[in-house]
Design a protein around this ligand. Structure first.
Ligand code: 3BY
Ligand code: FES
Ligand code: FE
Length: 423
């Protein structure tokens, strides 16, 4: 892999002291969300060191298929090579550095730079460079490669020379939950990029709690608002939903057991390099999908599953992703930082490869709930960014139901401390 030796954390004493004094159980100090220097540290300590959820296999099903993703200042290509291997490269030409492929998805036998036509194979080798002298050695100018791997159809890349080694263990633990849905062979039904007016951590933190879930009336048709609460801290108004949840959960568990699907909660959000949480959980109403009545929005079901009433599989990963997989479709979410106060949220909807739009599913019905939820969340993130930008802001305390927000911040601060210690 190519060295990113020049991505050392650029931090000064201001950053170091803020990281050192972070108070557990409270939101972060303002500069973590607003300041360029802190943003630089996030890129250096988090986004170039850790496994980042970047794409899905279904975006690149055939040899030559590619998709692009920008991880902070690093444009990256994910592609399927001629041998059907998944590969990732820096999307930067080795001639004079032009961005090689425009943003988006496509298919190409070779990757041709739009500037002076240097041409690379799907293995990254430079195949053609016009008008070079005889002494020119193309083997010195292959595309710089990036670590890439697929876990049950979800594609992660790591820009580091030596990626965190615990990813193998995490992959082995989550794959049994994902494989029955066969996402590797699914079809992309829709993808959306929205630019949120907030720091990437605010997008992540917002995802890690349901304290704000009454802002999601469409989602709450099927998503139990009791998510993240315990019997002890459950507010009285959520008691009826909790009773319904207990009944639905018992039924769904029986189904998982009958089908031999794993369902135990695994929660290792902040005690390892690749923090994650995975859980199968019941949904309300028909219990099948994220729709207004809870019924499946697509037939056939993913992976040929025998019943649609499986609730959802929820996977949350540090630092930049979450996933909801139901019997009939899957939704993946990737958080990609652009600037201290600008973040892309990329959402991808997957269905069975043979499902036909307009016949087996209506695209609007399929995408409606999470499109609405994303928009509502984007407003909350922008609102948080605006308040935090005031000199009057000071870190406030997390409620018990926000424990996953605390776990995210704890994971994040621990990674920054590791990176600063390495310098
Ligand atoms: O996507 C999620 O899992 C989070 C958790 C609850 C609110 N939000 C829907
Ligand atoms: Fe790509 Fe010149 S910069 S061919
Ligand atoms: Fe939300």
């Amino acid at each position: 892999m190519t060295s990113l030796g020049d991505t050392k954390a650029p931090e000064g004493p201001r950053v170091r002291s803020a990281v050192a004094r972070r108070a557990a159980g409270r939101s972060l100090e303002a500069p973590f969300y607003t300041d360029r220097e802190f943003f630089g540290l996030d890129i250096a300590a988090i986004f170039t060191r850790h496994w980042i959820f970047a794409a899905v296999d279904a975006e690149v099903p055939e040899p030559g298929d590619y998709t692009t993703v920008d991880i902070g200042p690093y444009p990256v290509i994910v592609l399927r090579d001629e041998e059907e291997n998944l590969r990732a490269f820096h999307n930067v030409c080795r001639h004079r550095g032009a961005r090689l492929l425009d943003a988006g998805r496509g298919s190409a036998g070779n990757l041709v730079c739009g500037y002076h036509k240097w041409t690379y194979g799907t293995d990254g080798a430079l195949r053609y460079a016009p008008s070079q002298p005889a002494s020119f050695d193309p083997s010195c100018f292959g595309l710089k490669s990036v670590h890439v791997r697929s876990v049950g159809g979800l594609v992660f890349v790591c820009l580091a020379d030596r990626p965190p080694a615990d990813f193998d263990d995490v992959a082995a633990r989550i794959e049994p939950y994902l494989l029955p849905h066969d996402l590797r062979h699914a079809k992309v039904a829709a993808r959306s990029d929205i630019v949120e007016d907030g720091n990437w951590k605010l997008v992540m933190e917002n995802n890690r709690e349901c304290y704000h879930c009454d802002g999601h009336p469409e989602l709450l048709r099927t998503f139990f608002p009791t998510y993240g609460y315990t019997e002890e801290n459950l507010p009285p108004q959520l008691r009826p939903a909790h009773e319904r949840y207990l009944r639905a959960d018992a039924e769904t568990r029986e189904t998982y057991e009958r089908l031999g699907l794993p369902y135990a909660l695994i929660e290792e959000l902040d005690n390892r390099a690749t923090g994650f949480r995975i859980q199968r959980d019941a949904l309300d109403l028909a219990g099948e999908s994220f729709t207004a009545d809870g019924k499946a929005a697509c037939r056939p079901l993913l992976g040929g599953l025998p019943t649609p009433r499986l609730g959802h599989l929820a996977l949350h990963m540090q630092p930049n992703s979450w996933f909801h997989v139901v019997a009939d479709h899957a939704i993946t979410f990737s958080v990609l930082p652009l600037a201290p106060d600008k973040t892309v949220l990329r959402t991808t909807w997957l269905v069975h490869p043979e499902a036909t739009e307009g016949v087996d599913y209506d695209l609007d019905t399929l995408t409606k709930i999470w499109t609405a939820t994303n928009e509502q969340d984007a407003h909350l993130v922008a609102r948080a960014q605006r308040g935090i930008s005031s000199p009057a802001y000071e870190p406030g305390p997390y409620a018990p139901t926000e424990y996953q927000v605390e776990a995210f911040c704890n994971w994040y601060i621990t990674r920054l401390r590791e990176a600063l210690d390495d310098d």
